[in-house]
Design a binder for this molecule. Structure first.
Ligand code: HEC
Length: 129
């Protein structure tokens, strides 16, 4: 009798545990990932422009401004990250602002405007990704 009770109890605990784990997985915040995927999308667009030698001045600025706005979402998307991470996020924002303000008119200008930006992406990914 006691053994049967223990088995039932064990099963119940197992089921409750599974339900809690599945809920926790469901609730994993998709925002941080989404912010980075979108950032990657715009970076990729610029990469494609350089590869195809189609670096339109207006399109360049638009992509860079998008990235600057997305960088502004990083602190809210990663609220639990340490201060050093938030500092990198703000470096990224200013690097993107500088890049957008430099208004790259052609591919070589775009490539050099992106260098300091890529540097910040890399620095943060090496430490926190
Ligand atoms: C302040 C830190 C930080 C900066 C700066 C940063 N990232 Fe990230 N990035 C992360 C973290 C953390 C992850 C992992 C997030 C996750 O997958 O939940 C990540 C993941 C990514 C991913 C992978 C997404 C996937 O599909 O798994 C891409 C693409 C990406 N970042 C692009 C960029 C680009 C492009 C830049 C620069 C313009 C950049 N990131 C700058 C922190 C940063």
């Amino acid at each position: 009798m006691r053994v049967a009770l223990l088995i039932v109890l064990g099963l119940a605990i197992g089921i409750i545990g599974t339900v809690f784990t599945m809920r926790a997985l469901d609730e994993r915040n998709p925002l941080p990932h989404a912010v980075m995927v979108t950032m990657g999308f715009h970076r990729h667009q610029l990469e494609q422009a350089v590869k195809g030698q189609r670096c339109d001045a207006t399109a360049n600025i638009e992509q860079l401004q998008h990235m600057q706005m997305i960088a502004g979402d990083i602190p809210a998307a990663f609220p639990d990250a340490p201060q050093a991470f938030q500092d990198l996020a703000s470096h990224l924002r200013s690097a993107l602002q500088t890049a957008a303000q430099s208004a790259p008119v052609d591919c070589p200008a775009l490539v050099s405007a992106l260098k300091p930006v890529d540097q910040v992406c890399k620095e943060c990914h090496q430490q926190y990704r």
